[in-house]
Design a protein around this ligand. Structure first.
Ligand SMILES: Nc1nc2c(c(=O)[nH]1)N[C@H]1C(S)=C(S)[C@@H](COP(=O)(O)O)O[C@H]1N2
Ligand SMILES: [Mo]
Length: 344
């Protein structure tokens, strides 16, 4: 409950923007937002490197820069639809957003530091502290060296052309395109090259696909495909059921996947009993969502259940109903929107 009121979601009608305005992007903050004085702040790069680095924000900003639209989705998106509901941030479907992130590629910095031959992983440490699973900790996550070196991985200092807002990681955050959001560590303070796998809480306890608490489970990594629609018509205030009048209606939405470009989106007006192909818009970038449209004309007044689902180039799709896991992660079951169509 307290988590739910701290972390706001993305209103699904904002799927109509290619790039999500910063204030509409979802937020997920495990602990408190640190207040960072940019003048005193430095990023340290250490561990299994030939040369330790300590960089100011201006030094980072003067390095080679890249800007890319990237869709971020929380691994817990869809969690509240699982039963029994895992105890954590109760997202329905609104933990997503696409911002234009600007920063310097992480690979260049690692190269400058000179990664040792025995390096295995790169650890990212945030400034934020809290207690989770009975353990006091910083928010920390690691990536395998090969994943950290991918060219799309950024150390971002700007969001939609502006310095990062405090809640999105000021002054510097990691952006790992294609992966669920927990990988993109905010409020970066230190990057440490390790010669062995990191075993901290957010890596080995949290973000694992498990059925029971004492199994190791598979780590959560890339985003499974998902398609979401702009809820059509107008909402009923309390139930959020949609109200439409009889006549042609174009459903619009966005779809993404961390495993490969979206190749197909289908829509249904009968709860997933029958499907038809939606028209796909251009893919603006490999790492950003893709728009789609579907023309629908209900034949008669009544209640309908609208659904959509995406398939990516790797052949991954979306299930009608997701399999349960303890943490409620990576639930990419199809979206269902109830709509009541009335006579015009
Ligand atoms: N330091 C730090 N980084 C963090 C988090 C956090 O709590 N602390 N939350 C993670 C999670 S779970 C998600 S989903 C994304 C959310 O990024 P956003 O709030 O900018 O949308 O940030 C990730 N990075
Ligand atoms: Mo998340």
């Amino acid at each position: 409950m307290r988590l739910a009121t701290r972390n706001h979601g993305f209103p699904l009608e904002a799927l109509s923007y290619d790039v999500t305005p910063a204030g509409l992007h979802y937020l997920l903050i495990h602990y408190d937002i640190p207040a960072v004085d940019a003048d005193g702040w430095r990023l340290t790069v250490d561990g299994r490197v030939g040369r330790e680095l300590s960089l100011s924000l201006d030094e980072l900003r003067s390095r080679p820069a890249a800007t890319a639209p990237v869709t971020l989705e929380c691994a817990g998106n869809g969690r509240a639809q699982l039963s029994p509901r895992p105890l954590s941030q109760p997202w329905l479907l609104e933990a997503v957003g696409t911002a234009e992130w600007t920063g310097t590629p992480l690979g260049g910095l690692l190269e400058e530091a000179g990664v040792a031959d025995d390096a295995a992983e790169v650890l990212f440490r945030g400034l934020d502290r809290g207690v989770e699973g009975g353990e006091e900790q910083r928010f920390e996550r690691s990536l395998a060296l090969a994943d950290a070196r991918r060219e799309e991985v950024l150390l971002a200092y700007a969001m939609n052309g502006w310095p990062l807002p405090p809640q999105h990681g000021f002054p510097l955050r990691l952006i790992v395109p294609g992966w669920y959001g927990m990988t993109s560590v905010k409020w970066l303070e230190r990057i440490t090259v390790l010669d062995r796998p990191f075993e901290g809480y957010q890596q080995t306890q949290s973000y694992r696909l498990r059925q029971v608490p004492d199994e190791a489970g598979e780590p959560v990594s890339r985003m499974l495909p998902r398609s979401l629609m702009v809820p059509p018509g107008i909402p009923d205030f309390a139930t959020r059921e949609r109200r439409l009048t009889l006549g042609p209606c174009t459903l619009r939405g966005r779809a993404w996947s961390g495993f490969g470009p979206v190749e197909r989106v289908e829509a249904s007006a009968d709860g997933g009993a029958s499907w038809s192909d939606a028209r796909l818009g251009p893919q603006p970038s490999r790492w950003a969502w893709r728009s789609w449209e579907w023309d629908w004309e209900p034949r008669e007044p009544g209640a309908y259940e609208l659904c959509c689902r995406a398939t990516d180039s790797a052949g991954n799709g979306q299930p009608q109903e997701a399999a349960w896991n303890l943490g409620g992660y990576a639930n990419n079951e199809v979206q269902r929107v109830r709509a009541v169509v009335a006579d015009a």
